[in-house]
Design a protein around this ligand. Structure first.
Ligand SMILES: NC(=O)c1ccc[n+]([C@@H]2O[C@H](COP(=O)([O-])OP(=O)(O)OC[C@H]3O[C@@H](n4cnc5c(N)ncnc54)[C@H](OP(=O)(O)O)[C@@H]3O)[C@@H](O)[C@H]2O)c1
Length: 338
């Protein structure tokens, strides 16, 4: 069993704590907040035995093996390195740091401390993602040429929202575009070699809508859209020369019956003479994948396997670093300081 301590009691910490309650390999041993009240309330909600005021107090405890860091993006670097140096393994929320330089320093600290550090891209641990990768690698859609994805939401709460705070390294690319970049890298099987961004800056100074293209050395291209003030389909497509794969819910797959569709023949050309009527939909094969437990329980179990069994990480260092470098470059193109 891996004894987890949680640092920060915000939105995602609650989802993670719920998930760990379904984990077969982790248990929650402590929680730390800036305030004693928040730590106590959180601990009561999730039946955590130890509630602490101040994050250092959690790192000082010998009964905590691993720390989950769910702080604003600019605080990941400081608290991950402190936790690693205190001998804890770290599962740190995405994006790993405020920029690629910070992320590199965090991995260097992990190596020096001989502890595990994984960026918490939970969708990468889910069997749906593994099944999509296996289908692509098996040649189900021929040679991959194009990857398209989107991750958007329309936020009404701006004041006090860490995502709209430039001083906390907010913005849509950092918050959700990072999913699309890491997914494209996973499917392409290599890091992007160039990228181009277009975006819109919110009055707060962060990018609230962004779109980007990525090119990969093999010739694969990817495009994605992310936004915090816009609705979109939040799906992903992997397109090959013999068909395409549609993943309707790629980022937060359900515990049961997560699906993806393999469409092996594309519709007839729209400019063909017989295309006066709408083209027939391509034949679809639907594959269903069930994790049997909450997404964050899957993530916690996968992290435990890395720590306890020496399993390969679901988000390897080179993937995190490539994502961080791409985020830096895209944000610089939008005029954002990184
Ligand atoms: N993987 C996912 O599914 C997912 C989903 C959402 C967010 N995230 C990531 O998780 C991290 C936290 O996001 P969140 O949505 O949980 O944010 P949140 O609800 O605002 O929570 C952040 C927590 O950080 C602590 N904190 C310390 N200093 C702070 C400051 N100056 N301003 C605000 N909070 C401060 C607070 O906890 P205390 O008061 O207890 O100290 C706060 O509750 C981000 O890196 C985000 O990208 C990941």
């Amino acid at each position: 069993m891996l004894n987890f301590g949680i640092i920060g009691t915000g939105n995602i910490a609650r989802q993670f704590a719920f998930g760990v309650s379904q984990s077969s390999r982790c248990r929650l041993a402590g929680v730390a907040s800036r305030t004693a009240e928040s730590a106590a309330g959180f601990a009561a909600s999730y039946k955590i035995p130890v509630a602490l005021a101040g994050y250092d107090a959690l790192l000082a405890r010998a009964d905590i093996d691993a720390v989950y860091i769910s702080l604003p993006n600019t605080m990941h670097h400081e608290w991950t390195i402190k936790a690693l140096r205190a001998g804890k393994h770290v599962l740190c929320e995405k994006p790993l740091g405020a920029n690629a330089r910070e992320a590199a320093e965090m991995f260097a600290a992990a190596r020096e401390s001989r502890r595990v550090l994984v960026e918490a891209f939970m969708y990468r641990a889910h069997p749906l993602t593994h099944a999509v990768v296996a289908a692509v690698r098996s040649g189900a859609i021929g040679q991959v040429k194009l990857i398209r994805s989107s991750f958007c939401y329309c936020s009404r709460k701006i004041d006090g929202n860490i995502r709209f705070a430039p001083e906390l390294a907010g913005g849509s690319l950092m918050d959700i575009g990072c999913y699309c970049i890491s997914f494209s890298h996973l499917i392409a099987g290599e890091a992007p070699c160039s990228c181009q961004a277009a975006g819109h800056l919110h009055p707060s100074g962060v990018d609230d809508v962004a779109t980007a293209t990525l090119a990969f050395p093999s010739g694969i291209v990817a495009s994605f859209t992310c936004g915090m003030t816009v609705h979109a389909d939040n799906s992903a497509y992997v397109c090959g020369d013999e068909g395409y794969i549609e993943i309707p819910v790629p980022w937060k797959p359900p515990a049961q019956d997560a699906v993806f569709h393999i469409c092996r023949n594309t519709p007839p050309r729209q400019d063909a003479p017989q295309a006066a009527t709408a083209p027939a939909a391509p034949p679809r094969e639907t594959r269903t994948v069930s994790a049997g437990k909450d997404l964050y329980a899957v993530e916690a179990d996968a992290f435990a396997a890395v720590v306890l069994d020496g399993a390969a990480s679901f988000m390897p260092e080179d993937h995190t670093m490539a994502t961080m470098r791409t985020l830096d470059e895209l944000r610089l193109q939008l005029g954002i300081r990184v």
